[in-house]
Design a protein around this ligand. Structure first.
Ligand code: NAP
Length: 249
């Protein structure tokens, strides 16, 4: 079979887990679209790290809020103009606005659902048609252990992450016959800016619940994404893969 140059679109790839995923794809020779919200400096660092892999992919920055329909449509059509195909979508962009339910504002609920779930819906919808035409696609969404088990103080976040699981299973059923898979990764505690803001006490409490005894790194998630994105993983769809040191058992 003719060798196809693959293209991956990674949302929230400016920092943390998304950056590790973007660099992983670059190291495998993919073209990579690096989406991020506003931190230009961080996104440029991701771009630099992709280039430093020395592979022959092309890398583009795509700044924009993925909860905005127009932004998403443009992002995907620009990617198609440039690379002619989108093989992999990683719905990674995510935010938290934690608080106990009694005190959680409607705004904080909506904001988290909008970024984490609506954004993933808009992105998935936008890539579906080109993936169907190609008869090839891999959609991977980054949920969380709390999307499966819930967590006090994260009603909005856990609802968004549970929503990703239901959405991915439905996508998997709709798209399987076209050789498009949809899977979910549910990370446990991963050391990034997102977890950096937790108090030491909260971090210690979470660590105590991890059988492996320590937090994970962004590369642990990137490795799992690469596995699910591989051509050889085409018979795996609608699954939720915990990458959490055993935390979710
Ligand atoms: P992070 O370090 O806070 O990075 C988040 C990334 O998302 C940044 O690049 C940010 O862009 C981007 N982003 C935020 N809102 C966006 C929007 N509306 N449109 C486009 N991009 C947006 O987070 P992380 O820890 O790497 O987390 C990545 C994913 O893993 C999230 O979905 C998170 O919920 C999930 N997760 C993380 C953990 C963990 O322990 N860290 C555990 C479970 C699940 P800027 O850089 O421009 O701000």
């Amino acid at each position: 079979m003719e060798d196809i140059k693959r293209t991956a679109v990674v949302t929230g790839a400016g920092r943390g887990i998304g950056r590790a995923i973007a660099v992983k794809f670059a190291s495998k020779g993919y073209n990579v679209v690096i989406n991020y919200a506003g931190n230009d400096e961080a996104a440029n660092e991701t771009l630099k790290l992709c280039k430093e892999t020395g592979c022959d992919g092309e890398y583009v920055l795509a700044k924009g809020d993925i909860s905005d329909e127009e932004v998403v449509e443009k992002l995907v059509s620009d990617a198609l103009d440039k690379f002619k195909r989108v093989d992999v979508l990683v719905n990674n962009a995510g935010i938290t606005r934690d608080g106990l339910v009694m005190k959680m504002s409607t705004e904080d609920f909506d904001k988290v659902i909008s970024t984490n779930l609506r954004g993933a819906f808009l992105m998935s919808r936008a890539v579906t048609r080109p993936m169907m035409k190609q008869r090839y696609g891999r959609i991977i969404s980054i949920s969380s252990v709390v999307g499966v088990h819930g967590n006090a103080g994260q009603v909005n976040y856990s609802a968004s992450k549970a929503g990703l699981i239901g959405m991915s299973k439905s996508l998997a059923k709709e798209l399987a016959a076209r050789n498009i898979t949809a899977n979910v990764i549910a990370p446990g505690m991963i050391e990034t800016d997102m977890t950096e803001v937790m108090s030491d006490k909260a971090k210690d409490a979470v660590r105590a619940s991890i059988p492996a005894g320590h937090a994970g790194g962004a590369d642990d998630i990137a490795n799992a994404v690469a596995f699910l994105a591989a051509e050889e993983s085409g018979y795996i769809t609608g699954q939720v893969l915990g990458v959490d040191g055993g935390m979710g058992m």
